[in-house]
Ligand binder design. Structure first.
Ligand code: ZN
Length: 257
């Protein structure tokens, strides 16, 4: 049986190892600075690292195994507050092994860490007032789950940054707008590959209305999101008669599926 002290020291080891690993090799995806990231010492609860050049914040999460469908995070209140103030960090999820290797690293772009993707966890009996949260990976669009290390090797920085910076162009959208765009991208993934039309997305009208019950103009809103996504280069207009397709073949990091 693993005693509490041993467990804690194991968790501490993992924390130290992953933090040091990323401090030595990590870089900013949001700009072209190759400087080492600044390590933040517990002064911002959701931020572990920050780019010295552009200030972009990152939160590091280590896992020993494939992380599954959710990522466990800290305080629900703090995280939702960060999201409301549009300060949520980009998540860096790092899978490590006991023999100190790192087979996979993936990033989740901050613009799609939305309120809808954060769920409260059941509090521990010992601390009933402290509610932690989980990030539901299924609610994060494929385009935001970016592969940084695959099979022990780093993906080319240019490729990572290109994918990341497309999403950064959506950062000027307010909190609710980000939720809309995430939902539309997620719904497009459920359509057959290839071209689609607004009507295809409206087949999910019930789900859309459930998430945004106040909206009376669903069709116009969906069309508007597609325009925003086109401006970011994530969606293409195939013709002027309302036919769309996703740009490229978005592939999510395998760590985050
Ligand atoms: Zn930067």
């Amino acid at each position: 049986m693993v005693r509490d002290g041993e467990f804690r020291s194991g968790a501490q080891w993992a924390r130290d190892f992953t933090e040091r690993w990323w401090a030595e090799r990590g870089y900013c995806f949001a700009c072209h600075s190759d400087d080492r990231l600044e390590v933040l010492e517990n002064n911002a609860p959701c931020w572990d690292f920050r780019c010295r050049a552009c200030g972009h914040p990152f939160q590091l999460k280590g896992s020993l195994n494939k992380s599954g469908t959710t990522v466990q995070d800290g305080s629900y209140k703090v995280m939702t507050d960060y999201i409301r103030r549009m300060m949520s960090p980009t998540f860096v999820l790092l899978r490590y092994t006991r023999d100190r290797t790192v087979p996979q690293v993936a990033a989740v772009h901050c613009v799609f860490i939305t309120k809808d993707a954060i769920v409260p966890r059941k509090p521990l009996t010992a601390r009933p007032s402290y509610v932690m949260c989980s990030v539901r990976l299924a609610d994060i669009p494929m385009q935001a789950k970016i592969s940084v290390v695959e099979n022990f090797s780093f993906v080319k920085k240019d490729k990572v940054r290109e994918q990341f910076q497309k999403l950064s162009s959506l950062e000027n959208r307010q909190v609710k707008g980000r939720g809309w765009m995430a939902l539309i991208l997620n719904l497009t993934q459920r359509l057959p590959a290839g071209n689609f039309r607004v009507d295809d997305l409206l087949a999910f009208r019930n789900e859309i209305e459930k998430q945004f019950p106040d909206n009376r103009h669903v069709r116009e809103k969906v069309r508007q999101q597609l325009q925003f996504l086109r401006n970011a280069g994530l969606v293409q207009f195939v013709d002027n008669r309302g036919t769309f397709r996703l740009t490229g073949n978005p592939v999510a990091s395998r760590l985050l599926l």
